[in-house]
Write a protein that binds this ligand. Structure first.
Ligand code: HEM
Length: 140
């Protein structure tokens, strides 16, 4: 089956998602794998769940043999219009607890420094206050 240089949108490819009519997209190419579904060693279910999207990762993740890759040619029907395929979403991890922790610890560091400065002053002030209250007038 030749591709005839046809370019399909993802919406068009997404019309073929059943076991009677199944297209998948791998590496920018569109394959009509309807006839292969029954022969797929991994079963038809896995292929059907990879329809209507870019199945490149699904296909690669399985670690298909070079024989499996070579089989693709047979089912090639055209190319995908890459503009219609959503860009792969990149995983952006939330700020790690370490970062927020370090922000918090920065402000608590500051508090500790102030307290280290104030507490001795308070004790000194208290001691002086107590002393001046309890001081017996010196006999002179
Ligand atoms: C036209 C596309 C595909 C072809 C020609 C194909 C071909 C093959 C072949 C020949 C095998 C046997 C092992 C090997 O030689 O690597 C296999 C296994 C397998 N395939 Fe595919 N495959 C296709 C698509 C997919 C897709 C989209 C998935 C989805 C995840 C998939 C999942 C699997 C799994 C899970 C196995 C392992 C089965 C097992 O070890 O029991 N395949 N495939």
């Amino acid at each position: 089956m030749g591709g005839d240089g046809k370019v399909y949108t993802l919406a068009e490819v997404s019309q073929h998602t059943t076991n009677q009519d199944c297209w998948i997209v791998i590496d920018g190419k569109v394959y009509d794998v309807t006839k292969f579904l029954d022969d797929h060693p991994g079963g038809d279910e896995v292929i059907l769940t990879s329809t209507g999207k870019d199945a490149t990762d699904d296909f690669e993740d399985v670690g298909h043999s070079s024989t499996a890759k070579a089989m693709l040619d047979e089912y090639y029907v055209g190319d995908i219009d890459t503009a219609t395929v959503p860009a792969k979403t990149k995983f952006v991890p939330p700020p790690s607890p370490k970062q927020t922790e370090s922000n918090q610890s920065k402000s608590s560091d500051f508090l500790v420094k102030i307290l280290q400065f104030l507490v001795p002053l308070l004790i000194l002030g208290l001691a002086l206050g107590v002393r001046s209250y309890t001081k017996t007038p010196s006999s002179s």
